[in-house]
Design a protein around this ligand. Structure first.
Ligand code: G3I
Length: 368
């Protein structure tokens, strides 16, 4: 009799476990956009392939997880305005259609940036030609999507680390007021879009001061600026939480929306911060330690950083309108190829198989 009891108990235990694992497997993953629906938009950056929707599984995943989209590259001038007077809006129109179909907000990235400029602009020598490109580009691109995008990164990365103006073709040919002029032109071209200044490391005190100076100049000129993007390309174990909080408060105090626009947490060795795409480091096996998989201990440290970040974002959700991850999953991240080509990086909250990492679990737990 006793044996029969144990057999029944064991089979009940086995059936309940297999049911649970089956149930767990079939439960759809909670969408980050739904978990944080009362706090801020949750966005991601889409590659050209993701915009073309070549992978239906990935497209469904993006639909379920995010309610804001940024084109990682295809709305930059090198792609959307490849020759003088010729525009290619094909992929930009496609991400717009995608966002409308899936009820997601679209962020325009970016109207004026010194990087990824088309060759014919980089070679311009006289100020009048630069001015003509500058005015035509902003007007043509911004007016086309007026009333269709939520907002534009009007100017991207105009500052040096010490808060001074970065030496770019725009500064050189148009002078330091080019940033204000870009916002003035954008305001006229797209009265219905929010207008943002976007940069990396602008949570750091010196760069924050330079960013505030730019913002105050725009405001003093009576030109509209609605928000500031803190890109959020941070490093494992070195996330500057205090600087981030002080910056959220300082930018909000200017009457601006604050957005975390390109969030990722670098887990591979790198001895400098930021996201200056012009910086390169020679390949070296010691810089690619997790080519065959990442230790759980590192994933747990990353989860703690993401948890502490989202706890801070939730504390200031009255000031933060959007948190955008710079990529859908680890396999897409730009950090697999920068500043060292061909590395295997793990900076986001979903892995290469679209599975949640401990970081995902850690941030949604904050809302339970
Ligand atoms: O599309 C071409 C492809 O045809 C070609 O075969 C290949 C080989 O070089 O290059 C491909 O273009 C690459 C493009 O990404 C699309 O994958 C460019 O070389 C590469 O430089 C470009 O990198 C982008 C980077 O900006 C440089 O502009 C990254 O994907 C993108 O994530 C990154 O994003 C920037 C933000 O816009 C601004 N803030 C910093 C952030 C990180 O650098």
């Amino acid at each position: 009799m006793r044996n029969l009891f144990y057999v029944l108990l064991a089979s009940f235990f086995f059936l309940s476990c297999s049911a649970q694992s089956k149930n767990k497997g079939s439960q759809p993953l909670a969408g980050l956009k739904d978990v944080f629906s009362n706090d801020f938009l949750i966005g991601t950056a889409l590659s050209a392939e993701q915009i073309r929707q070549t992978n239906p599984k990935e497209s469904e995943f993006i639909r379920n997880q995010f309610n804001a989209l940024t084109a990682e590259n295809i709305m930059k001038s090198e792609i959307i305005h490849p020759e003088w007077g010729r525009y290619d809006f094909s992929l930009a129109d496609q991400i717009l259609e995608l966002s409308k179909k899936d009820n997601q907000k679209l962020i325009g990235h970016t109207l004026i940036w010194h990087s990824q400029l088309p060759a014919y602009v980089r070679q311009l020598k006289n100020a009048d030609s630069v001015k003509m490109f500058f005015e035509e580009h902003i007007h043509t691109v911004a007016s086309r999507y007026d009333g269709k995008v939520l907002g534009w990164d009007v100017v991207n990365e105009a500052l040096n680390e010490d808060g001074t103006m970065r030496k770019t073709i725009f500064l050189d040919k148009l002078g330091p007021d080019y940033v204000t002029e870009a916002f003035r032109l954008a305001q006229k071209a797209t009265p219905n879009a929010e207008l943002y200044y976007n940069d990396y490391n602008n949570e750091q005190p010196k760069k924050r001061a330079g960013c505030i100076e730019i913002i105050k100049k725009i405001q003093a000129a009576g030109v509209r600026i609605d928000g500031v993007g803190i890109q959020g390309h941070w490093h494992l174990g070195k996330v500057p939480f205090k600087d981030i909080e002080e910056s959220i408060e300082a930018y909000a105090a200017l009457g601006l929306k604050v957005m975390i626009t390109e969030l990722d947490i670098e887990v591979l060795p790198r001895n400098f911060s930021g996201a200056d795409v012009n910086q390169r480091v020679a390949s070296n096996p010691s810089l690619n330690p997790y080519a065959n998989g990442i230790p759980d201990s590192i994933l747990q440290k990353q989860a703690k950083d993401y948890e502490d970040l989202f706890r801070l974002f939730l504390k200031h959700k009255d000031k933060i309108s959007r948190v955008t991850f710079w990529g859908v999953h680890d396999g897409q991240s730009w950090l697999n190829g920068w500043p060292v080509r061909g590395r295997t990086n793990y900076p986001l909250v979903f892995d290469r198989n679209l599975q949640p990492k401990p970081s995902y679990d850690a941030i949604i737990k904050l809302k339970k």
